[in-house]
Design a protein around this ligand. Structure first.
Ligand code: AMP
Length: 327
């Protein structure tokens, strides 16, 4: 009898009902070869599977989050953050359509997109046209502006989590997850977390960082689209710091007050001069003077001097973007 059922048992049976309802709503697609599930990829938080929503017929990406085995259930902070993400809707942010959660299990269901920017660039041998670079950069700034205006920081922008649909619409994946799924996340042994897009304040150990971390990410992705090569491809944190200094010049306390107090800053760091964007592959030719002017504001050393996504959208570089198909 339901009345006399112990609470834990009642909760479990309610979880079972929800599981049944969830299982009845989606069909997990199988890989073309063999009978394993169709795995779309594997990211920071777990594996991503291809599935179909049986009600709408729509293809979706199911992200099965890897949870900390020590944790009893899904942390309430994560649930709160995810509820916020589920309420957000923007053309340049991958839509979180559904969430399934029970003890030890968290599945996020996202709209499915064919490609990511990394694969797209590879397919074109790294040769994006100046117009398509601008178009993607504009969409990236629109998505970031929307999330920042909702007080959500990405913290891990990179070409792999910028998804692209068949109409070349760019959508940002994983927004807000860094905070929702508390760090450190359990790691897969073969997973390599890239530090190439990490801003200098984090690399130098600042305990306080905020919205400008995403702007630095945009500042790394824009020249990568222009040249086909990652800008600061270090093989460790310190190697990435030195790659940044070699290209942008070693910063000083004058341009970045408080720099020398950052935990991992050393006064013995080599002093490099800025190379100048005109000497960094074909960046200047691909972006033009207005693009370079904006890039300099994305990559300002002092986070306080980094342009906001909102202001970036008003910069002359974007004045001639065709906005007709972006709404
Ligand atoms: P992530 O955990 O977001 O880094 O995802 C790992 C990989 O799964 C990505 O590089 C994509 O190849 C794939 N993936 C993630 N989300 C989606 C999606 N919404 N649609 C299609 N593929 C996705």
């Amino acid at each position: 009898m339901a009345d006399s059922m112990p609470m834990a048992e009642a909760a479990l049976s309610s979880f079972d009902e929800q599981q049944l309802a969830f299982d009845g709503k989606y069909e997990w697609l199988r890989a073309a070869t063999g009978d394993g599930p169709y795995i779309l990829g594997e990211g920071t938080y777990g594996k991503v599977y291809k599935a179909r929503n049986l009600r709408t017929g729509e293809i979706v990406a199911m992200k099965q989050m890897k949870l900390d085995a020590e944790e009893e259930g899904v942390p309430s902070t994560a649930i709160r953050e995810i509820a916020v993400l589920k309420g957000l809707s923007h053309p340049n942010v991958v839509c979180l359509q559904d969430v399934f959660c029970r003890p030890g299990k968290l599945i996020l269901v996202f709209e499915f997109l064919e490609q990511d920017l990394k694969k797209h660039m590879r397919a074109l041998n790294g040769r994006l046209t100046p117009a398509s670079i601008k178009h993607f950069a504009y969409q990236l700034c629109c998505g970031v502006e929307f999330c920042h205006s909702n007080r959500i920081i990405h913290r891990d922008l990179k070409p792999q989590n910028l998804l692209i649909d068949n109409h070349l619409r760019l959508k940002i994946a994983d927004f807000g997850l860094a905070r929702a799924i508390s760090i450190p996340v359990p790691k897969y042994t073969h997973e390599v977390v890239t530090v190439w897009y990490r801003p200098p304040e984090i690399l130098l150990g600042s305990p306080l960082y905020s919205i400008p971390v995403d702007i630095w990410g945009i500042g790394c992705i824009l020249p990568e689209m222009a040249t086909g090569c990652p800008l600061f491809a270090g093989d460790s944190e310190i190697d990435t710091v030195f790659k940044i200094f070699q290209k942008l010049g070693t910063p000083t306390d004058a341009e970045w007050p408080g720099l020398s107090e950052l935990p991992d800053f050393k006064p013995t760091f080599p002093k490099w001069r800025a190379k100048g964007w005109e000497n960094i592959r074909n960046t200047a030719a691909q972006l033009g003077p207005e693009g370079i002017a904006l890039l300099e504001q994305f990559t300002a050393y002092d986070p306080k001097n980094r342009i906001s996504a909102r202001r970036a959208l008003l910069e002359p570089y974007f004045a001639d973007v065709d906005r007709s198909n972006l709404a």
